[in-house]
Design a protein around this ligand. Structure first.
Ligand code: AMP
Length: 285
């Protein structure tokens, strides 16, 4: 049998382990996930190992960040496989609480981040970032790590987390982890498992469309025009619809009219019942 990593399920047990590590003088890192781990998640564990010598990977499919009609019930839950995958990384412990441990009866609080969380994903998924900010605040307070890492795959999420960690003076360093792609360029995601073979082929054109947009914007094409052409390319490749393709300031996420600084393109497109997210840096020449 392959080795699997130890797991704790209660906040008290987590704190006991972390207390022991602290007494031994270790630094602590946290990698929050919803499980169904892939090589994108594992890259975060390896990246944080440069800053922390004990690493907690949390696995919790957080109900409060899913809207009505979203995929909470069918979200893949693969804890046994996840723990086996983590055994070959520098991870030390899995924290896998259940919903009652995270949201006991009577739970009534919410972390709401203004501004940056209201655009793009926030505008299309009301309450989503409240759910993310609330659960991430709880995880940070439960584990009290020195450092926590979040992937650039969810670029707006990372920006929202940086905002409230700074606003609330939470004493933790937030690291961003590089977006990891499959060999054909599709951003690795637990939700890729929902795609049929045919949809999977269409999905691979997402990265191509964003690369083309990036080249056009760098070569001086009008940004609105380049966004429009990227949407058209996605639809003609076989995507069902495009929620947005937006070239924005990489920190404020405000729309940009000109490439007068480095930028980021954030995009979401749908194929079958699946919503795919991607993003890419657009560096000013
Ligand atoms: P999730 O389990 O999908 O909520 O993701 C947990 C963490 O892994 C988040 O910080 C994500 O941004 C990050 N992540 C997911 N997919 C990737 C990827 N392809 N590359 C880098 N980080 C990722």
């Amino acid at each position: 049998m392959s080795k699997s990593i130890p797991v704790v399920r209660s906040v008290q047990a987590l704190r006991n382990v972390v207390k022991g590590w602290r007494e031994e003088g270790h630094s602590v890192g946290l990698v929050p996930t919803m499980g169904a781990l892939h090589h994108g998640h594992l890259s975060l564990v390896r990246a944080i190992a440069e800053k922390a010598d004990r690493i907690i990977v949390s696995i919790f499919v957080n109900p409060t960040q899913f809207g009505e009609g979203e995929d909470f019930d069918k979200y893949p839950r693969t804890e046994t496989e996840d723990r086996k995958k983590l055994a070959s990384t520098p991870a030390s412990l899995v924290f896998a609480p259940n919903a009652r441990e995270m949201y006991p009866s009577g739970f009534a609080s919410k972390v709401n981040v203004g501004g940056i969380s209201e655009r793009l994903e926030g505008a299309l998924r009301p309450g989503h970032f409240d759910g993310v900010a609330t659960v991430v605040s709880k995880l940070l307070l439960q584990a009290m790590p020195d450092v926590a890492i979040f992937g650039e795959k969810d670029y707006q999420q990372l920006a929202v987390i940086r905002r409230f960690v700074s606003d609330l003076n939470i004493p933790v360093e937030i690291m961003g982890g590089t977006l990891i792609r499959e060999a054909d360029g599709l951003a690795a995601s637990s939700r890729n498992a929902y795609l049929t073979d045919q949809e999977r082929q269409v999905a691979a054109t997402f990265n191509i469309a964003l690369n083309e947009l990036t080249a056009k914007v760098q070569n001086g094409t009008d940004i609105r025009q380049a966004e429009k052409e990227a949407c058209e390319a996605l639809l003609s490749a076989g995507f069902l619809s495009v929620d947005y393709v937006a070239v924005v300031d990489p920190e404020s996420l405000e729309p940009l009219d000109r490439l007068d600084r480095n930028a980021r393109v954030l995009a979401v497109a749908r194929i079958g019942g699946v919503r795919l997210l991607d993003n890419m840096a657009i560096n000013k020449a």
